[in-house]
Design a protein around this ligand. Sequence first.
Ligand code: MLT
Length: 243
Amino acid sequence: MKIDVAITPESFSDKDLEGKIVVVVDVLRASTTITAALARGAEKVLPLATVDKVKKSAKEYPQGKVLLCGEREGIRIPGFDLGNSPHEYEDSIVQGKILLYTSTNGSRMLVKTKKARKVYVGSFVNMSAVVKRLVMDGIDCFIVCSGREGKFSLEDTVCAGMIVDRMRENSPKGFVQLTDEALVANIVYEHFSNDLNKMINQSFHGRYLVELGMKSDLSFSISLDLYDTVPVMENGGLIKSTP
Ligand code: MLT
């Protein structure tokens, strides 16, 4: 079984996704928030690339069924119901709702990977659930880091590296083969494995969110295995599954 990692969001084409299971990672904060929202009872998360698409799509649903969600530059979009902090997505708010969701990097990546055989959302908060599912599937997988505006991001690479690490641990010896990028992600993870808190606080986007007063989103985003939920793409929307 081959494991590949796209360390930057521009480093793959549609062809690379063919026949693969893709895991989209955006630790700060799209993949963390989407996982939390589904675990807390949201019916579906519809990732959309632009604010306009969210507004247009909202018109297709009865009033009260959808919530307009997401951020630009880390801040809730004017007129939207929710921003992108996982703390906003409380059970009582999201239960039974369809979330029309756009974020700077994460939702765009989810839209970009629709050609894959299957798409999951991975983060630290659902680490074991994602690894279990990938091991059960047992076919080639491609972990894509959403990064930051086309560039590398530390927290996504470390999360991808941890998925790689856990998959090796949970598979028979020699079964898992890593590409060079998967190996690099694994090495970066090993460097920070004893101090995810240091890693997230040093990361560029982590420091930016602290400036915005959202420090608690950082500690939430590195909380391992809070949920046994694997968001899975079905007909363009993410729904909850458990491994
Ligand atoms: C993104 O998709 O770029 C993020 O989730 C940004 C954020 O809200 O922190």
